[in-house]
Write a new protein. Structure first.
Length: 288
């Protein structure tokens, strides 16, 4: 992981922690290469998740390390999720890493699981928000004192102005827990209105990641992420997708692209997620 505050506490005693891949100004390249070599020696493979908004020099550092080590056991996975949603995804992959999945399946599961994380924020302004499409009307409304906006960045982009008789953005139709990071915006709308509308099974508090104000364009926010909390459900979801072997590096994978070498599968080899995996009724969790 590229930031320590994206490593959420484990949900159980079995979930391992994550290693920190530091920014160039925080660690010399030689030391970073040594740390990565040690991780490979200890664990065999490294799956490095990093946000799409990472600074270019930090991303170049990751590619440089992999190039210097000439290793095909390092997967660099760029994720287009807000900071708190990315932190949730990192923890889910940490949970899956103790299962009987191969490294290739765990790495490529990042793209699959990101579609089941409803990540967003309650903002006092969208004037500087450039990650989600914002209409001219919403920009103008941002300047009205007291305005608040509920913004969903994933799995689809949605934006609504919060107010009386206004429905929250449509949420997941499967059982989730809601992770809430209270920023500098004083509001209970997420914990009360949104959580009720989405019928979440539990609410957990988190600390606002350091990159969230930059990502959302304001520090006056309440960031949230609804997610699948149970390892048994995550396991079944990943297991339900057909596994393939990469024709280039021979790693096992799910989806249409290898997470280790980025080689795509031929169109005829692509497989979609079977229907009905998560739709067992509100509050129900399919067995492993």
């Amino acid at each position: 992981m590229t930031s320590a505050d994206l490593v959420l506490p484990p949900t159980d005693q079995q979930t391992p922690t994550a290693a920190l891949l530091q920014a160039p100004e925080a660690q010399a390249l030689e030391l970073a290469i040594g740390d990565m070599h040690l991780l490979l020696e200890q664990h065999g493979y490294v799956i490095a998740l990093y946000p799409s908004g990472i600074r270019p020099e930090h991303e170049r550092r990751l590619h440089s390390i992999r190039s210097v080590l000439e290793s095909d056991r390092i997967a660099l996975v760029k994720v287009d999720l807000p900071p708190l949603g990315l932190a949730v995804l990192v923890r889910q992959l940490r949970q899956l890493s103790i299962c009987d999945f191969s490294p290739g399946v765990v790495a490529s599961a990042a793209r699959l699981l990101s579609h089941y994380i409803y990540a967003g924020a309650l903002l006092n302004s969208v004037a500087r928000l450039d990650r989600v499409p914002v209409s001219l009307k919403s920009h103008a409304t941002s300047w009205v004192p007291g305005s608040q906006f509920a913004v969903l960045a994933g799995p689809e982009s949605r934006l609504v102005k919060v107010g009386p008789n206004v429905e929250p953005p449509a949420g997941p139709d499967f059982g989730t827990h809601l992770l809430v990071a209270q920023g500098n915006l004083q509001s209970d709308w997420v914990q009360e209105t949104l959580a009720t509308a989405w019928k979440v099974q539990a609410i957990h508090d988190a600390t606002v990641p350091s990159d969230s104000p930059r990502w959302w364009g304001t520090g006056k926010l309440v960031e949230f992420a609804a997610h699948l909390p149970d390892l048994s459900v995550l396991y079944q979801l990943v297991s339900s997708v057909r596994r393939e072997k990469c024709h280039w590096c021979a790693m096992e994978l799910i989806g249409d692209r290898c997470a280790f070498c980025s080689a795509p599968l031929a169109a005829s080899e692509n497989r979609a997620l079977p229907t009905g995996v998560l739709h067992h009724g509100a509050g129900e969790s399919p067995g492993p």
